[in-house]
Write a new protein. Structure first.
Length: 148
């Protein structure tokens, strides 16, 4: 366990963000399919997920959106350059989706059902990823040799 924590201590903010958001969004995506009538054959079926006392409007496309961005985060968190690219691209994607949801309507990109709370949540997530991208070095610091 100490070895895992030591390795995480050497990670960039983008790597940590990709790991945390990847796991978070994988869980969100799975929850959408378990808690609603949405299935992979009925991605447009609207539903509501109650999370921590808050009702969130979703559909299968919303769940698939979270599954794919979550899986990408988990896949790319292991390398600083991949995690940094992920933080920039997915951060911008979530921010655009949030703005689209807030100003255009309840269906983002013509597919993903979202309400105002979900749009604000996506905006916060997008901004946090962009901050992780901004503060992460473009070239990772060299590994420090283990103390003898």
């Amino acid at each position: 366990m100490a070895t895992v924590i030591a390795k995480l201590g050497a990670w960039t903010p983008a790597q940590i963000a990709a790991l945390v958001f990847g796991a978070w969004w994988m869980g969100n995506g799975i929850t959408v399919f378990l808690a609603t009538q949405s299935t992979f054959s009925a991605l447009g079926a609207d539903g509501t997920v109650n999370a921590l006392g808050v009702s969130i409007a979703v559909n299968g496309w919303h769940g698939l959106y979270h599954l794919t961005t979550g899986l990408a985060g988990l896949a790319l968190c292991w390398r600083p350059s991949g995690a940094r690219a992920y933080a920039l691209i997915v951060g911008l994607l979530y921010l655009v989706a949030a703005l689209f949801g807030l100003f255009v309507g309840e269906t983002v990109f013509g597919l993903i059902r979202v309400d105002e709370f979900g749009s604000v949540d996506h905006a916060v997530e997008g901004v946090l990823l962009l901050v992780a991208w901004f503060v992460s070095p473009t070239v990772p610091a060299p590994a420090v040799a283990a103390a003898r």
